[in-house]
Design a protein around this ligand. Structure first.
Ligand SMILES: [Mg+2]
Length: 407
């Protein structure tokens, strides 16, 4: 069963402003575009302003009428952006599938990694604790088996709370909510549904599919599936999203990859690039990701959390090849991505596992170092791994430097 978490920072802009200026904390505060010109609009408000009834989208004048003495501050988007990146970085400790939904919300797909951290609720609480400790902000989280139920969950209890929606309790937790609470149901759609007496998410779930199709077209059918917990929304590959805390490299091959050996060759090469970058920035990775794209451009990806952190190219390629063997269906491939996530400082002491053969890991890291040294002295092609002799697959002429966190 899938496991999704939706994380939503509480009153994000206003909370950041109160953090920047603690004297605002016990006052009603709104972040507003051009408050000095009276026609500015409220972009965000803190909990106190909310209690006065101030809403996002109110004009400055309206907000002032509702909450006398409200303090307006202009937005600082550059600061919000920095904090938002940190938040996505915290999420990447648990999975590389992190899909931002605006600057202060995201989904995590923890299906593959949940067993390492206990339960979905444990991950959600861990995320919130780290956000509180490191960013001094609060967030709400929803945990569920579909993306949209996870999103609803993060709204059910806030601020600073986790809500778990399971196959056993979703009718009780979700079906009583207004249909307009569902992501994708705007005012217009809600109005149309109201005419059919569909007011709650439960009403939508129990409605006749054909009637919904007639009323709203295919989106009506999709919404009904969402309400029934039958939707199959995926979290987009975060290795491809912006500024997440992962080090990865992908390449489109010079020709289609048709044999396993072709795939292994490119993975070996990409793993070396990833290892070199991890080394450069002194990181080890506890998670590995492999993405493949077929020649018909469909994509597949799989990730794996590792029992102990790795950084050598052989360890990276071994794990990536294991994933490759699991997901490749034998059809021609156009490109491959190898990524690492859940990064920690290489200087950090590693907890030794009884089974992981640390001496092998160490000797592999040593080998990487020797190869890097030889290449430094005698040129890049002084040493080529036997598995990488197949150079019609890639050229390495334009491999630039890549910063971690960027892609
Ligand atoms: Mg929010």
């Amino acid at each position: 069963m899938s496991l999704f978490i939706h994380l939503d920072m509480n009153n994000f802009y206003a909370s950041v402003e109160c953090q920047l200026n603690p004297s605002l904390r016990d006052k009603p505060v709104a972040v507003a575009g051009s408050p000095e010109k009276r026609h500015g609009v409220v972009l965000a408000k803190n909990e106190i302003a909310k209690k006065f009834g101030v809403k996002t989208g109110d004009t400055v004048l309206e907000a002032e009428a509702k909450a006398p003495g409200i303090v307006f501050v202009p937005p600082h988007f550059d600061i919000y952006d920095k904090i938002s990146k940190k938040m996505f970085g915290i999420c990447n400790r648990y999975t590389c599938f992190v899909e931002p939904f605006g600057p202060d919300e995201c989904w995590l797909d923890c299906t593959e990694t949940v067993h390492l951290f206990g339960s979905g609720e444990d991950i959600a609480n861990g995320l919130r604790a780290s956000i509180k400790e490191e960013l001094e902000l609060t967030a709400s989280a929803g945990v569920s088996f579909t993306k949209m139920f996870a999103k609803l969950g993060s709204d059910i209890k806030k601020p600073d709370a986790t809500t778990v929606i399971t196959r056993e309790n979703y009718k009780e937790k979700v079906w009583g909510l207004a249909v307009g609470d569902l992501c994708g149901v705007g005012n217009k759609t809600a109005e149309k549904l109201k005419k059919l007496n569909i007011l709650t998410i439960g009403d939508l779930a129990r409605a006749d599919e054909r009637v919904l199709k007639k009323l709203l077209g295919k989106p009506g059918v999709d919404l009904r599936r969402i309400a029934r917990g039958e939707e199959e929304g995926q979290v987009r590959e975060a290795v491809c999203s912006r500024d997440v805390k992962s080090v990865s490299h992908g390449l489109t091959a010079l020709r289609d990859l048709v044999t396993r050996e072709d795939g292994v060759t490119l993975i070996g090469y990409l793993s070396e690039l990833v290892a070199a970058r991890l080394k450069k920035y002194s990181f080890k990775a506890s998670g590995i990701y492999l993405g493949i794209r077929y020649s018909d451009l469909t994509r597949y990806g799989k990730q794996l959390a590792l029992p102990s952190p790795i950084c050598s190219s052989s360890d990276i390629s071994d794990s990536a090849i294991a994933l490759f063997d699991e997901i490749w269906n034998g059809q021609p491939l156009r490109s491959i991505d190898v990524g690492t996530f859940a990064l920690s400082s290489a200087a950090q002491p590693v907890q030794l596992s009884m089974f992981d053969g640390t001496s092998k890991t160490e000797s592999r890291e040593k080998l990487d170092e020797i190869i890097a040294g030889l290449r430094m002295r005698y040129g890049k092609n002084a040493v080529i791994r036997a598995s990488q002799m197949n150079e019609d697959i890639y050229t390495d002429k334009d491999v630039g430097d890549f910063l971690p966190f960027k892609r």
